[in-house]
Write a protein that binds this ligand. Sequence first.
Ligand SMILES: [Zn+2]
Length: 95
Amino acid sequence: MKRTCDANHCSVRVDMNKGMCPDHWHQVPVAIQRRIYAAARAHKTSAQRLSSIEFLEAWADAVEAVATAEGRLTRNAFRSLANMVKQRQLTAGRK
Ligand SMILES: [Zn+2]
């Protein structure tokens, strides 16, 4: 199965288990790539990853790094999702 590259404004189709096309992935700073790999190892399924603050924030940083490099910083759905998960965990912690 295929999906669209997560970089803003990119319509390249990538494999389901890849988040970005090779061109965009290579623009992600190595430090961020390492955080993504580490978070991905700790969270095997996509459902786990999409509720992991570490993974979502690393991925949001990756999307932002590419967008900044391209001078096209716009919305970042992963940042919104990371903030939502954070908020939910904060609320859960208060109960
Ligand atoms: Zn791309």
